[in-house]
Write a protein that binds this ligand. Structure first.
Ligand SMILES: *[C@@H]1O[C@H](CO)[C@@H](O)[C@H](O)[C@H]1NC(C)=O
Ligand SMILES: *[C@@H]1O[C@H](CO)[C@@H](O)[C@H](O)[C@H]1NC(C)=O
Ligand SMILES: *[C@@H]1O[C@H](CO)[C@@H](O)[C@H](O)[C@H]1NC(C)=O
Ligand SMILES: *[C@@H]1O[C@H](CO)[C@@H](O)[C@H](O)[C@H]1NC(C)=O
Ligand SMILES: *[C@@H]1O[C@H](CO)[C@@H](O)[C@H](O)[C@H]1NC(C)=O
Ligand SMILES: *[C@@H]1O[C@H](CO)[C@@H](O)[C@H](O)[C@H]1NC(C)=O
Length: 588
């Protein structure tokens, strides 16, 4: 018998989990949340008065003949983290959570958000806003049908809705005789007026050669090959996601917190490249590099950011053109510029797909960033061990210190998301970040959860450790052990090529399920090379792409007991080829 070496894939964890142990304590007061049934209503100091803003918004709604207006929490690029000038939902409602939708009618105002944010919403909103405890578009649709009379109109800004979201709203209102209207003006911006922060003006810079996996010319050629090879015969690719443009041209900026991207669009055709960005923001080197191939098919023409709709309109007037778009990132406004027969629709653009699999150089860069990042985290954990018993650390000072330790590492550009530094019951809120009103002192009696990451020129990091310096309860020991088992089981999995993450994520849950425990969030997400900490479309959800060689993903099972404690253990893993005795074929 001969053994046949085969191809398959395994996870390799970049960091080995550290161990720690827990202990609970109940506390929490209700005077930090609003009470709208009290007379007069009780508002905590953290709530924002929105009466005047709503009055003016309703005035604009009436002049547009609208009975309702929808305010999402994203920008024109479907970014997860958004710049101050795009925080329209936060400005209108007071609620600063990263996920939610505001809906204003002439009589009512409602914030829709999921369970992660209910307490935060009660702390930040005044009594003009009702909290609707669901983030689903179907729930928003049902509420709209209840509140908006038949035959009336519901307005929205088409630059803030992806095609997929728009379709979901259409479906939710289907047959209800309420019409969705895409407006030219953003009504919140009209209310915000001159108070609204200005567009960023900081410099857009080139990534140094040491930190790139391929030149932008190589990337453009690769995408053009994908176009040639596609049966839909696209003549152009439209890039709306900010990471797509940043990745393609090896450029970075500081427009969005935690993510080194800049406001831009790209229209890449077989023979031309248009980059829509404020040209005066490009560094001299960047401008020069983009113009190096001019004239010719590798010449980048820089066009005003605001000209994207008009340029698209002009391009699609030509015969035989066909634009490849990703429906998760393209907004309704741009989609509508393209006649249906000239659209090639897929979930993701070829750039999103190419970016998802890191080449050898990119993998090496990512590893180097993670090694330096681990040094910062280990220094922090050692420091905590010394400091916590003396009672001199709280959640905020701890978060500030770990951020500072990262900044001391080479090539660091700050945190990759707001540090989650959570002690005791605060850790039961999976997306908690400390504030002055909620920050707890770290003690040897409570479990402490730290979920944090850094942006480095070579890679983006994300790691969670849960530690305890005293004696944990039996439940805490069991839950911690089972979370760790889930992390290890998924990390060590050998699986057929192109298996979907959805199919294997149960391995991270199995040890918890065995004793009736579970967690209410995803198991992991892709991550970029000095780009987003949550990089789509890699991960374990049904709309993620199959797992393939060169993809990085976090693996982060957890367990949360409300009012008591929270546990999460997160590493970043890489999909690599494995040798098996027999070749394992793809499942499908
Ligand atoms: C809100 O105030 C009312 C009236 O004072 C009181 O009965 C109720 O318990 C309060 N609710 C909360 C959640 O504190
Ligand atoms: C609103 O409705 C009135 C009356 O039907 C009409 O005259 C007006 O043009 C409409 N305004 C807009 C912005 O649609
Ligand atoms: C929609 O509602 C309006 C106002 O009530 C009504 O006049 C119209 O007939 C309705 N249309 C349909 C298709 O039901
Ligand atoms: C071109 O498409 C075919 C069929 O979809 C595929 O097998 C092949 O790998 C593709 N080639 C490139 C260079 O992407
Ligand atoms: C473009 O950037 C420059 C700074 O480089 C700034 O002064 C100008 O206002 C920006 N233009 C627009 C339209 O934002
Ligand atoms: C929190 O407290 C610190 C120190 O007292 C202060 O500098 C900071 O401005 C406060 N932050 C907020 C959001 O109130």
């Amino acid at each position: 018998m001969v053994c046949i070496p085969g191809l398959l894939w395994v996870w390799i964890s970049l960091l080995v989990p550290l161990h720690g142990y827990p202990q609970p304590k109940m506390s929490g007061s209700s005077d930090d949340t609003r009470n709208c049934t009290a007379t007069p209503p009780y508002l905590p100091p953290t709530a924002i008065d929105t009466t005047e803003r709503l009055r003016i918004l309703r005035h604009h709604m009436q002049s547009h003949n609208l009975s309702a207006y929808i305010i999402p929490a994203t920008d024109a690029h479907m970014s997860e983290y958004i710049a101050e000038r795009d925080k329209r939902l936060a400005w209108m409602t007071g609620f600063t959570g990263s996920s939610g939708t505001g809906v204003v009618t002439l009589q009512k105002a409602a914030l829709f958000t999921d369970s992660r944010y209910w307490i935060q919403a009660e702390r930040q909103m005044d009594c003009n806003w009702e909290l609707q405890k669901s983030g689903w578009i179907s729930a928003i649709g049902q509420w709209l049908v209840k509140e908006v009379p038949e035959g009336e109109k519901i307005g929205l800004d088409p630059y803030l809705f992806s095609i997929d979201n728009w379709d979901s709203y259409l479906q939710a209102l289907d047959g209800s005789n309420r019409t969705l209207v895409a407006l030219d003006d953003n009504l919140v911006d009209l209310v915000w007026g001159s108070q609204r922060p200005l567009p960023p003006t900081n410099t857009i810079y080139q990534l140094p050669d040491d930190f790139i996996g391929s030149t932008w010319q190589e990337k453009v050629s690769h995408i053009r090959t994908q176009m040639e090879n596609h049966s839909g015969k696209p003549t152009a690719v439209l890039l709306s996601g900010l990471e797509e443009t940043a990745w393609l041209f090896n450029l970075r900026g500081d427009d969005i917190p935690y993510t080194p991207v800049f406001y831009a669009y790209t229209l890449l055709t077989k023979t031309s490249i248009s980059l829509f960005v404020n040209q005066s923001r490009l560094s001299g080197d960047a401008s020069q590099a983009l113009a190096a191939g001019c004239p010719g098919p590798l010449c980048v023409t820089v066009v005003d950011y605001e000209a994207i709709s008009e340029s698209l309109r002009i391009y699609v007037q030509q015969d035989g053109v066909h634009i490849w778009i990703g429906t998760e990132y393209t907004t309704l406004a741009l989609y509508r510029e393209i006649p249906p027969e000239k659209r090639l629709e897929e979930n993701y653009s070829p750039v999103m797909i190419a970016k998802a699999s890191k080449n050898a150089k990119e993998q090496e860069l990512m590893r180097a960033a993670h090694v330096r990042d681990a040094i910062a985290v280990i220094r922090y954990l050692v420091w905590l061990e010394k400091m916590v018993p003396s009672g001199s650390v709280d959640e905020i000072s701890g978060a500030n210190f770990v951020n500072q330790l990262r900044r001391e590492e080479l090539f660091c550009h700050g945190p990759s998301f707001e540090t989650i530094s959570a002690s005791g019951l605060n850790a039961a809120l999976a997306h908690y970040s400390p504030s002055n009103t909620t920050s707890r002192k770290l003690t040897v009696d409570e479990m402490y959860l730290l979920d944090s990451g850094g942006q480095y020129l070579d890679g983006t990091t994300d790691i969670t450790r849960t530690v305890q310096w005293g004696e944990p309860t039996a439940l805490q020991k069991e839950a911690y052990t089972r979370v760790l088992m889930g992390n290890i089981d998924l990390s060590r999995l050998v699986f057929p090529p192109r298996t979907s993450g959805r199919m294997v994520e149960v391995l991270a849950r199995r040890p918890l399920w065995e004793v009736g425990l579970n967690y209410g969030h995803g198991t992991g997400h892709g991550i970029g090379n000095f780009l987003s900490v949550h990089e789509w479309p890699v991960g374990f959800q049904s709309n993620n792409v199959p797992l393939d060689k060169g993809m990085f993903t976090s693996i982060e099972p957890g367990y949360y007991l409300e009012g008591e404690f929270g546990i999460r253990l997160e590493d970043v893993a890489l999909v690599v080829e494995a040798q098996t005795k027999v070749i394992l074929l793809p499942i499908f």
